[in-house]
Design a protein around this ligand. Sequence first.
Ligand SMILES: [Ca+2]
Length: 459
Amino acid sequence: MVTSAHSFGDTLRSFGGALLVLVAAGCSAVQAQQSKNPISTLTDLITGTASPGAAPAAPTASKEWSGESGSSGHPAMTADAIRAAAQNFPQCLENLWPLAAKRGVSRAVYERHALTLTPDLKIMDFMDSQPEFSKAIWEYMDILVSDVRIQKGREILATHQASFDAVEKHYGVDRYAIAAIWGIESNYGTQGGDRPVVRSTATLACVGRRQEYFRDEFLTTMEILQRGDVKPEYLKGSWAGAFGPTQFMPTSFKRFAVDFDGDGRRDVVESIVDIIASTANNLKKDGWVAGQAWGYEVTVPQGFNYLLADKSKQMTVAQWEHLGVRRVGGKPFLRHADHATLMLPAGAQGPAFLMLGNFRAILRYNPAEAYALAIGHFADRLRGGDPFVQAWPRHERVLSRAERLELQTHLARRGYRIGEPDGMLGAKTRDAIRDFQTAAGDIPDGFASATVLDRLRTR
Ligand SMILES: [Ca+2]
């Protein structure tokens, strides 16, 4: 599994060939163990928990826990288990004190910031939420790469040009990619979430099914408070603890944040140049190579073997060109020896892309292919690039969760190996769809469309 800084979802990452499924609960379940940022506020935005353009501090949903058992079925997520853990919350935090002390946290800081907390049980609802409807990748791209967001990004690039100049010179990371992350993760810091990070991570460290993972996030938050890098009142973020305009999880902050303005604090909330430099440092450590593209929009020829559109099928740009893959608009490929994979995020009816090394660096920042595509494309647009040439198959209807389960059940009944039907369209489901399409004489793009479901129902 990919280790990432700012991931919001294995389910999103594995959309390849399927309509986009972005399930916050699924993300944290699968991803939280190894990723640095399992859930950013962006997840809530895409899943509909927050609406684009909404003010960050205006939650419309109830702030109280539903009191219901989580849908994951995990024993730590039953209503009784959550209540019992909440009862034990003060004791749990007292038990964590020695670990905090080992990290240099003073008793006074721990008493002030940790021992005064109550658990935020609403987070348990978010952790296990399974939205019935998801967005298609084109809806996701429409929201994230909008004209308004591009205009705002250009303003920010102009306003902070000196900071971007200095950071780009120092780290060799494309300023447009950083601005894209800034704009997409939090809509330029306006939708970063308003939950105190220490309360969220303490809750997750003591209640629910990911306590071990979040213990490190909580203890790292205490270290940040001890050192005073970010003022406590600014240490607010998503329900999982991602904070600041580029949504650092506490542990990714610890690893990547830098004090670029030299005031002694690594402040990824208030200091613009620290935000820009910390994000650049993160991308650089994740393998960003200066001066290279993330990828290209391409066309594939008639009769193309769509089984090659898979992230396991890496070839050089020259080899792809030999197979008839071309850049749109008649532009030449640069750097023919670079390794690339072919991606068709909406199947054979939608646009195709060749993905290069910097795309993989963005994936390490957040292991969701749709996210990485949005960042790469948004960066190009900020630079003055054009919209995609090929159209999305907007006539395709997004399958509901019930329909995704039905599709998987049909596939399983026909003997295709998809694992346990879970409503999430991962690599196994995509491969099973490809096999079914091959057997049916259709183009094997693995795309979970309503058409495929109809065929499975009737054949
Ligand atoms: Ca600083």
